[in-house]
Write a protein that binds this ligand. Structure first.
Ligand SMILES: Cc1cc2nc3c(=O)[nH]c(=O)nc-3n(C[C@H](O)[C@H](O)[C@H](O)COP(=O)(O)OP(=O)(O)OC[C@H]3O[C@@H](n4cnc5c(N)ncnc54)[C@H](O)[C@@H]3O)c2cc1C
Length: 400
């Protein structure tokens, strides 16, 4: 599957940060990780930190899948509002799901202190705007649900919003836990650390087939090389649908733009992360080099050609939306792109094994906050491989 259009921002801006060799011999290890995006990179880190012997294989160059197309807002809030998630899975698990994502931002920040470089991580506030007056009663209920869960949130009135921003909205929830990052750099920094901790990383080394019938994992790689291991982790992003026995994700096309560096952010309070109650939603952030980065306008995914053909139209709509919100900001678009994106029935990731394949672990952070899910997956998969109980694992299991 072609995961994205050309010229996504992060790799264009930073260039190819590192090229790993392709696999040219057979290998034996404890764990094979398939995929070197943000999920595979985080998992490689957590496993090697615990002393496991890891081989990571990517069929492309690492970090050039969805991770390179991401707008990389880090939010604890998943696509489904907490009050709706409570209706679907019950209060205890729903609140825990929100808290697991909340904690993952702190965990990522701690991990960043161990990395050898800057991944553009900045703590932010997040503002969830009511798109219309009709959305306000539900927004207030959502605020109540989050408060009951113990999450630090404020309810902003129309006048609170007007005093902070250059636009009007009838209400909003302000969250104090959020951040932004450069997902491409982050994946590279994590991989470099995993390599230091002895992971062997191979680019352009796609798995062609795998077999677990002997009680061990045997992965065959392009070129005919074989890797043998006790476990295999599929961190293969949206292409994982090819390896799953059941359909768990609804694929969409999503669109994003980044501006040239801006002179000022007049009317954009605290350069907060912004998103809204309308679906599909529009969302925005800024970058450490003073750009606006925004996206949305999701569309059902049919194929990469029709996805990319819509870029000019979606770009116009996204610009119109930005200008309506920030009329005082002079916007010059630098890059626009499209990416394939997935949603699940409850907005939750799928993390763990299938009963039929106990040696295979999946890290499928489908949803708007895929990166926070990748952090969650790295911890849960480590626990599963080490045979440790994880009290939250059932929330993300496949047979829910
Ligand atoms: C436009 C857009 C905006 C987004 N915005 C946000 C956001 O604001 N916040 C957020 O948290 N998330 C966001 N996401 C989602 C987030 O980017 C993804 O959840 C995340 O990047 C997925 O990372 P990954 O490592 O799981 O997948 P990927 O980055 O796609 O990595 C998977 C890797 O697996 C490799 N692979 C596949 N098959 C094989 C095989 N057979 N053998 C070996 N390797 C294989 C691929 O080459 C690829 O490199 C966004 C996504 C898009 C497209």
């Amino acid at each position: 599957m072609d995961l994205k259009s050309d010229h996504t921002f992060w790799p264009t801006y930073s260039g190819l940060l590192r090229s790993y060799p392709s696999l040219q011999k057979d290998e034996i290890c404890d764990v094979i990780i398939l995929g070197g995006g943000i999920s595979g990179a985080l998992i490689a880190n957590s496993l090697t930190e615990e002393g496991l012997d890891v081989v990571l294989l990517d069929k492309r160059d690492v970090a050039t899948g969805s991770t390179s197309a991401s707008t990389a807002l880090l939010q604890y809030e998943i696509d489904l509002p907490l009050r709706e998630l409570i209706e679907q899975i019950g209060r205890e698990d729903a609140e825990r799901a929100y808290w697991v994502c909340h904690e993952s931002i702190d965990k990522l920040e701690r991990l960043l202190t161990k990395l050898d470089g800057d991944a553009g991580f900045q703590r932010k506030k997040s503002v969830y705007l009511a798109s219309t007056e009709e959305d306000v009663p539900d927004l207030e209920k959502e605020f109540g649900a989050r408060q009951r869960a113990g999450i630090a949130v404020d309810l902003l009135s129309a006048s609170d919003i007007a005093s902070r921003f250059s636009f009007e909205r009838p209400g909003a929830i302000l969250s104090h836990q959020a951040a932004e990052v450069d997902s491409y750099r982050l994946a590279h920094l994590l991989l470099a650390r995993a390599e230091k901790n002895s992971a062997r990383i191979y680019d352009r080394s796609g798995m062609t087939c795998y077999d677990t019938s002997s009680g061990e994992v045997l992965v065959e790689v392009e070129g005919g090389w074989k890797v043998q291991a006790k476990h295999v982790v599929f961190a293969t992003g949206y292409e994982s649908v090819e390896y799953l026995p059941k359909s768990v994700v609804n694929l969409k096309s999503s669109y994003a733009l980044v501006s040239e560096p801006l002179q000022h952010f007049d009317g954009w309070w605290d350069r907060a992360l912004l998103w809204e109650t309308a679906r599909p939603y529009f969302y925005m952030r800024t970058t450490s080099d003073n750009r606006a980065l925004f996206g949305g306008m999701d569309h059902p995914f049919r194929n990469p050609i029709s996805r990319d053909a819509l870029i000019p139209k979606k770009k116009k709509l996204l610009i119109k939306k930005f200008v309506e919100l920030f009329p005082r900001i002079q916007l010059e678009v630098a890059y626009s792109w499209a990416g394939t994106f997935g949603e699940t029935k409850d907005g939750l990731a799928y993390i763990g094994t299938f009963p039929k394949c106990p040696l295979c672990y999946f890290a499928l952070g489908f949803g708007g906050n895929g990166i926070t899910y990748s952090v969650v997956a790295a911890e849960m998969i480590l626990d599963a491989i080490l045979g440790r109980k994880n009290k939250d694992a059932h929330i993300f299991r496949f047979d829910r």
